[in-house]
Design a protein around this ligand. Structure first.
Ligand SMILES: Cc1cc2nc3c(=O)[nH]c(=O)nc-3n(C[C@H](O)[C@H](O)[C@H](O)COP(=O)(O)OP(=O)(O)OC[C@H]3O[C@@H](n4cnc5c(N)ncnc54)[C@H](O)[C@@H]3O)c2cc1C
Length: 495
């Protein structure tokens, strides 16, 4: 399809959604998230980025430059879990009891229909949640004990290759810079070069539609642009692809002196459109399953910009990892369940050589800290740094020239909420003639949410089906069915 026939309407002033990343040395850098990718999975993502030229390496695709970069920066974490005494914990053993192994096996053998809306805690006993495996797996993939057992099972199967190397994160691949610079910017440049029209600061507020029973056809897109409401006509032959739910909706940014404002559903763009579509139409799913409990889906992250090397020098000495080789360091006894990631530098394309940037997050931002007597959600950047230095026993002078920008994301793990079949619509809902849904909130067999891959796969499925493209969407790799992956996981579970 010619690019000039495609128009993207985006609520934000930049493209990329959750894959954001921006700033400079003076104001500080900020990104909501840092991504771990793999090349053993992520079939659709790499299928796409094999065709997108790099902006930094002439003649190479984004995929090629990423593979090359990871050959030079191999992940081998040497400080994956740190305890309350600042000791690096031995993590070669997963710490399972025989009871844990039996329950895990049972979970992986139970059908999704039988698991239904159960939570992970419904399937695994309390002891499991104290194992090194749980601390590593849950902080790598952002699971909470109350999340969906179905999704947890899918992760165990989809990422079975990671099971035997979870303690070193050896299977994790990173982009050269943050994902805005390394994935979004080249993709956007390519789209623009093809003639695609991009309209930013444009909020889609509703879809006009027609159709009798079993038929749904969009006839117009209602949007709000520069303060005024507009309707874009959708005519015969047009197709509409809607983002029906965003994990970073209503997220907010704080500063060294202010915590992020606590936004709620009233501040969201994505949910209301989906809710209106789904009202009285079961084929459009049930958004309330995912967006009804901020307390169970929010977490806070933070980005730190450093104007001297004191913090990195001490981290390298403590962890034994050079930047870009360690992956997550999790303070497993911290009340906030805090983790940090020291990526290869520079992490931003415009980052000066004498500036360093790292990212961190916490799974329990509602709890009082160990070194700051406040929930993380109420903390400014200075207080978050104080808590971090407490866990590391670093002198506060190591962050004297740091700028820590906190970020609150109320719906971050909303797609992990317990669900049953039908809670998520198909990428092309039954009866839809011209509307596809592209997000983390659609049903795709076998694949796992909270990944870039899921969004790319959803988009490929919706676009291919509605346009009638006969090329197959790359299938989900079946690692869990290979003898060597099963054998390695089994051996690991007994270590
Ligand atoms: C902290 C964090 C860590 C992560 N870690 C990983 C990881 O390690 N590995 C991994 O693979 N993935 C990870 N992810 C997940 C991954 O980033 C997301 O799954 C993916 O980026 C989602 O892409 P998306 O385009 O579907 O949705 P989003 O990124 O949510 O983008 C949606 C876009 O649609 C726009 N929009 C929504 N509604 C409207 C509307 N009504 N009108 C106009 N525009 C609208 C939004 O403004 C936004 O730009 C992480 C995400 C975060 C936030």
């Amino acid at each position: 399809m010619a690019g000039e026939h495609i128009q993207i309407l985006e609520a934000a002033s930049v493209l990329g959604g959750s894959l954001d990343g921006a700033g400079d040395a003076a104001r500080g850098y900020s990104l909501r998230g840092g991504r771990m990718l793999t090349t053993d999975n992520y079939e659709c993502t790499w299928d796409l980025f094999k065709t997108i030229p790099s902006l930094h390496n002439a003649g190479k695709s984004v995929y090629e430059e990423t593979v090359e970069f990871n050959e030079q920066h191999v992940a081998h974490s040497m400080a994956r879990l740190v305890n309350r005494h600042r000791a690096k914990l031995p993590v070669a053993s997963m710490g399972f009891s025989m009871h844990d192994r039996v329950e895990l096996l049972k979970l992986t053998q139970t059908s999704e229909a039988d698991l239904g809306a159960s939570r992970i805690t419904d399937c695994l006993s309390p002891g499991f949640f104290e194992t090194p495996f749980w601390f590593m797996w849950s902080t790598t993939f952002a699971f909470q004990p109350w999340h969906s057992a179905v999704e947890f099972k899918r992760y165990l199967l989809r990422f079975m290759l990671e099971f035997s190397r979870i303690e070193t994160l050896a299977g994790v691949k990173r982009t050269i810079y943050n994902q805005y610079d390394s994935l979004v910017a080249p993709l956007q440049a390519w789209l623009v070069s093809q003639g695609v029209r991009i309209v930013t600061d444009c909020v889609v507020t509703d879809l006009a539609h027609t159709g009798g029973p079993g038929e749904f056809r969009v006839t117009g897109i209602h949007c709000r642009r520069q303060g005024s409401n507009e309707v874009i006509d959708v005519t015969e032959g047009d197709l509409v692809f809607l983002q029906n739910g965003s994990m970073t909706d209503a997220s907010s940014i704080g500063s060294m002196t202010a915590p992020p404002p606590q936004r709620t559903k009233a501040d969201c763009n994505s949910w209301s459109v989906w809710e209106r579509l789904a009202a009285g139409r079961p084929e459009f799913g049930r958004p309330a399953v995912f967006n009804s409990c901020i307390a169970q889906s929010y977490w806070d992250s933070f980005t730190v910009t450093l104007l001297d090397t004191a913090f990195f020098d001490q981290m390298i000495e403590f962890s034994g990892n050079q930047p870009g080789t360690g992956g997550l360091v999790t303070f497993k006894d911290s009340n906030w369940m805090m983790s940090i990631v020291i990526a290869a530098q520079p992490h931003f394309r415009n980052q000066p050589a004498d500036v360093q940037v790292f990212w961190g997050y916490a799974l329990f931002p509602d709890r009082i800290g160990d070194y700051v007597a406040k929930p993380m959600a109420d903390c400014n950047g200075e207080e978050i740094l104080r808590e971090l230095c407490g866990h590391l026993r670093f002198n506060l002078e190591t962050v004297a020239r740091a700028n820590c920008i906190p970020c609150r994301m109320p719906y971050l793990t909303s797609m992990f909420m317990p669900r049953i079949a039908g809670d998520r619509p198909l990428p092309v809902p039954a009866g839809s003639k011209n509307l596809g849904l592209i997000s983390q909130f659609v049903e795709i067999p076998e694949d796992v949410v909270f990944t870039v891959e899921y969004s790319v796969r959803a988009a490929q499925m919706a676009v291919y089906q509605l346009i009638g493209i006969t090329r197959a969407v790359p299938p989900v790799s079946q690692h869990a069915h290979t003898l060597h992956a099963q054998f390695d996981a089994l051996v690991k579970s007994f270590q």
